[in-house]
Write a protein that binds this ligand. Structure first.
Ligand SMILES: Nc1ncnc2c1ncn2[C@@H]1O[C@H](COP(=O)(O)OP(=O)(O)O)[C@@H](O)[C@H]1O
Ligand SMILES: Cc1ncc(COP(=O)(O)OP(=O)(O)O)c(N)n1
Length: 269
């Protein structure tokens, strides 16, 4: 079985962060592991408190996994502090995992800052160059590139600018566009538009986490970058179509547990 690690924050309500990642990994038939960077008190209405985990405990979680288990892909989500980011970057350089998906989480949909604004430059200059793929949403891409993004042409330009910072590829996500939900993928050679119908739902908590965890799962299973991104886009579209009206606010995406079919276990390589 392929083994995929998420390095991210905990969402107590289970819609985003570590919890969304592990659900996504299970739905993809890969074995999920976690390094927790922060604990949030969060629900469908907002984020109410954050406790960052000490750097040495983050480092020891990473060591515990890599010194024992072969890791096929890593997904990185919420990493709020400068020292957290530096610790993770040092460990990635030490263990050299094959596939690194970086979701540069900055602000939750509720408006809460999950990245300390002072840590932005460290994230951009220390973690981005280590990523196989980086997956900013439009507001995050705007912060990284210091440009406004209003349409697909702007998303292409942002992809180029982010690519020049060192990752192997870039996916600018279109969930914050008004009219469509087209994501733009760039691998340094060509642009690919990943289109999906705009789903009219308020329940989109955890969409970015789910998408990046799905990409990591697919890369861990051996897909090339474009295949991994295309399949992940299909997965998130279905997960949003079946999003759950849980709680009083923005409900979470729904994950499908497809491991058991017709009474048997499907091949979960
Ligand atoms: N209403 C929607 N309908 C269809 N796809 C959506 C919708 N909202 C988000 N998505 C998709 O979900 C994925 C995550 O995007 P986005 O919501 O922009 O990320 P984030 O959660 O980081 O803000 C993207 O593939 C995006 O196109
Ligand atoms: C602990 C934690 N990590 C990341 C996020 C952001 O998740 P995202 O998928 O971008 O979805 P929204 O929260 O913005 O709906 C989070 N909220 N919590």
């Amino acid at each position: 079985m392929k083994k995929v690690l998420t390095i991210a924050g905990s969402d107590s309500s289970g819609g985003a962060g570590i919890q969304a990642d592990i659900k996504t990994f299970s739905a993809h038939g890969v074995f999920g592991m976690s390094v927790i960077t922060a604990v949030t008190a969060q629900n469908t209405q907002g984020v109410f408190a954050v406790q960052d985990i000490d750097d040495d405990v983050i480092a020891k979680q990473i060591d515990a996994i890599f010194q024992d288990i072969e890791v096929d892909a890593v997904k990185i989500g919420m990493v709020s502090q400068v020292n957290t980011i530096k610790t993770i970057a040092a460990k990635l350089k030490e263990y050299q995992p094959q596939n690194v998906v970086l979701d540069p989480v900055m602000v939750a949909k509720s408006g809460f800052h999950l990245l300390n604004p002072q840590a932005k430059d460290t994230l951009v200059h220390t973690l981005l160059p280590l990523a196989t793929i980086v997956t900013p949403n439009i507001p995050e891409a705007e912060v990284i590139t210091e440009m406004e993004i209003a349409n697909l042409g702007d998303m292409e330009e942002a992809c180029r600018k982010i690519f020049s910072l060192g990752p192997q590829s870039v996916l600018v996500k279109g969930g914050h566009l008004a009219a469509s939900s087209t994501d733009v993928f760039f691998d340094g050679q060509a642009f690919t538009y990943l289109k999906s119908p705009r789903i009219h739902t308020k329940n989109t908590h955890g969409t970015g986490c789910t998408l990046s965890a799905a990409i990591a799962s697919n890369l861990g299973k051996g897909d090339n970058l474009l295949e991994a991104v295309k399949k992940a886009k299909e997965y998130i579209t279905v997960a949003i179509e079946h999003a759950l009206s849980i709680g009083k606010g923005v409900g979470p995406t729904h994950h499908f547990y497809v491991l058991y079919q017709k009474g048997g276990l499907i091949d979960a390589e």
